[in-house]
Design a binder for this molecule. Structure first.
Ligand code: GRF
Length: 202
């Protein structure tokens, strides 16, 4: 399956997928990386892996709608079977979500529906939960609200700050995302209301 990954930051989730995609048995191949930030580390990772990398920066467009359309076109060029948001820190509007409906997934560093939004790790820590985790879900028109594909729990340790907790989550998150991208690519994904079924067997 042809996979396009959207990043905004360091791209450690992208790096994990790139490490897996060299194995033909994985079933997914990253064919393009798109970022909203020209200095995103994920773009350099892509280039070093020989994968096309494109920046579509909001500041280059007259408004959000024009930017959304440009992101959608940049992704379309790669003819993706699956679009993966891996640390992409902007909201993609209905124009984008609609064009890649049912084949766009996102990873979020909390156990949704708890702690959605841009500060999930900070909010979980502030709330005082003893267990948090990460979620891979289908992207729908909301923010972190789409049907859940996979989750994994991660303990909060005494003395954690946002950085130490996020790093522990990211270790689990990278493994969960790599496994989920591979399964969706090899087995396909069916969305039945709030449930997501991977593979032919329900
Ligand atoms: C990930 O934890 C992602 O869930 C969150 O930001 C982090 C991005 O990390 N939105 P990276 O850019 O993949 O290293």
């Amino acid at each position: 399956a042809r996979v396009v990954v959207l990043v905004s930051g360091a791209g450690s989730n992208l790096a994990a997928i790139l490490a897996a995609h060299d194995d033909a048995a994985y079933g997914a191949r990253v064919v393009g990386v798109v970022s909203d930030k020209a200095d995103a580390g994920g773009l350099d990772l892509a280039r070093r892996a020989g994968v096309a990398a494109v920046t579509v920066a909001p500041g280059d467009f007259v408004d959000r709608a024009a930017w959304n359309e440009a992101v959608a076109q940049a992704v379309d060029v790669f003819r993706p079977d699956l679009v993966v948001l891996a640390g992409f820190m902007r909201i993609l509007g209905p124009a984008f979500v609609g064009r890649f409906a049912g084949r766009t997934i996102n990873t979020h560093p909390a156990l949704l529906p708890s702690f959605p939004g841009a500060h999930g790790v900070r909010d979980a820590l502030a709330y005082g939960v003893r267990v948090t985790g990460c979620t891979v879900h289908v992207v729908d028109d909301g923010v972190d609200t789409g049907p859940i594909i996979a989750q994994i729990a991660v303990p909060v340790e005494d003395g954690d700050d946002e950085e130490s907790l996020h790093e522990r989550i990211k270790v689990a998150e990278r493994a969960l995302l790599v496994e989920t991208v591979g399964r969706v690519a090899r087995e396909g994904m069916r969305i039945e209301g709030r449930r997501v079924v991977l593979g032919g067997v329900s």
